[in-house]
Design a protein around this ligand. Structure first.
Ligand SMILES: *Cc1c(COP(=O)(O)O)cnc(C)c1O
Length: 419
């Protein structure tokens, strides 16, 4: 099929390809294969990718679009629908490493993005593709952070949006979506119900001109996650860490970080290519990928519970591919309880100054568990991903003043503050 037949042609992307049966499609708004119903992903021209240089990237803007030559859309800045996320801090976490008995540990803190989660990366790519394909309304099915990001991007672009969420979302995530205006539809059901309804709505006439970022333009959306791999490698001086720990909802982010590292090696941008082991993190309340990894590799959908709501996808679309990535790289998976997640949030905050949302707590708790189980090597350089901001999930942890005192020195003395 010809790629010149779609408005998105011209970049390094050749088209879409079915992850299962490898049938190819042009760059259109389509997420499932017509032949086998497998998920579609973006297929690149490896010669075009091989032309990308470090100099080109380093002279780009100080945001995710410095990697535009490695993305399906957005090479021309005028075409971008974006809040310009990315180039978030990579923090050397020596105190945390000491507590855990590790040698070199980093936290990639993606809460520093404009709407305070990594979802700004995927939404920027999805909506840039959507605009290029002629959609004039934006929508999504969200576990929370995607809702924030789509509403914020739509507001900046001046485009109407409809965001669909489960009606038990954290109040912090509801406010931080509603504030941008746009329609916000709470559905009596789980994220999986929300997602199913969005798939049905996207087929109706009323939503004919609507891009659902994680439904009909999902292949583009997914590619935005690659920038979390590129950035870590560049920030480490064009070097890939030996181990990474990644939170999993659909499992997509994990597969794309793995893909990004492999691409950089294939293109020749890494001087000292070394194997990278990818580790997946889930909560006990929603652990279909981790459970499958530790049993038959067969994903059995679950009904999600627990505080890590941003990861609560019971029927994960990229679960089997996440398992593939983890097996192929020699990593592992873990899942942790709500109490362990709360402890993880506190441990990260106390040792790094980063206040993570529950998904970050999941990652830190899984890191600790994987170390304890001997699956993750404490001597190998490790990067853990914090994908969201603790201020959005305040209900997950409690905090109180350590002292209550009278407003004078006597009060301070009474409380023992003067020794
Ligand atoms: C959406 C999300 C993820 C995981 O995304 P998938 O690609 O679906 O696995 C991780 N962390 C946070 C905070 C998220 O909002």
């Amino acid at each position: 099929m010809s790629t010149t037949s779609t408005p998105l042609a011209g970049g390094p992307a050749l088209g879409l390809i079915c992850r299962a049966c490898k049938t190819t499609y042009p760059l259109i708004a389509q997420h499932a294969c017509w032949e086998c119903f497998g998920p579609l992903e973006v297929d690149y021209d490896s010669t075009a990718l091989a032309e990308v240089t470090r100099e080109e990237i380093e002279s780009g803007p100080n945001n995710m679009w410095r990697y535009a030559s490695l993305l399906p859309v957005g090479k021309d800045p005028k075409t971008r629908v974006t809040l310009n996320p990315g180039m978030t801090p990579l923090i050397r976490a020596d105190n945390l490493a000491d507590e855990l008995g590790m040698k070199r540990l980093w936290v990639k803190d993606d809460s520093a993005n404009p709407s305070h989660s990594f979802k700004d990366r995927v939404v920027s790519v999805a909506l840039t593709a959507a605009a290029g394909l002629g959609f004039d309304q934006y929508a999504c099915a969200s576990t929370g952070n995607l809702a924030n990001s789509v509403a914020a991007h739509a507001a900046r672009a001046g485009v109407p949006s409809t965001v669909f969420i489960p009606d038990d979302l954290e109040p912090g995530k509801v406010v931080t979506t509603a504030v941008y205006g746009g329609r916000l539809v709470a559905i009596k059901g789980s994220y999986d119900d929300v997602n199913r309804l969005c798939a049905q709505l996207s087929e109706t006439d009323a939503f004919d001109n609507t891009a659902f970022v994680n439904v009909n333009v999902r292949p583009y959306y997914a590619e935005g996650s690659k920038t979390l791999g590129y950035e870590v490698a560049e920030q480490l001086g064009w070097h890939i860490p030996g181990q990474v720990v990644v939170p999993m909802a659909s499992g997509e982010l994990l597969t794309k970080i793995d893909k990004a590292f492999s691409e950089l090696v294939a293109i020749g941008l890494i001087d000292d290519p070394q194997p990278h082991a990818v580790f997946g993190a889930q909560s006990r309340g929603c652990n279909p990928i981790s459970t499958a990894f530790h049993s038959s590799d067969e994903i059995v959908p679950v009904k999600p519970t627990g505080i890590a709501k941003s990861l609560n996808i019971g029927d994960p679309a990229a679960g089997v591919y996440a398992i593939e990535s983890v097996r192929a790289t020699g990593g592992s998976m873990a899942d942790v309880t709500d109490d362990e997640i709360r402890d993880g949030i506190r441990l990260l905050a106390r040792t790094t100054g980063v206040f993570a949302e529950t998904a970050g707590g999941v990652v830190v708790a899984c890191l600790r568990k994987l170390l304890r189980e001997g699956k993750l090597d404490p001597d190998v350089e490790t990067v853990i991903y914090n994908t969201g901001d603790g201020l959005k999930t305040l209900d997950a942890v409690h905090g109180e003043p350590t002292h209550h005192i009278k407003p004078n020195l006597a009060g301070a003395k009474e409380a023992g503050l003067l020794g």
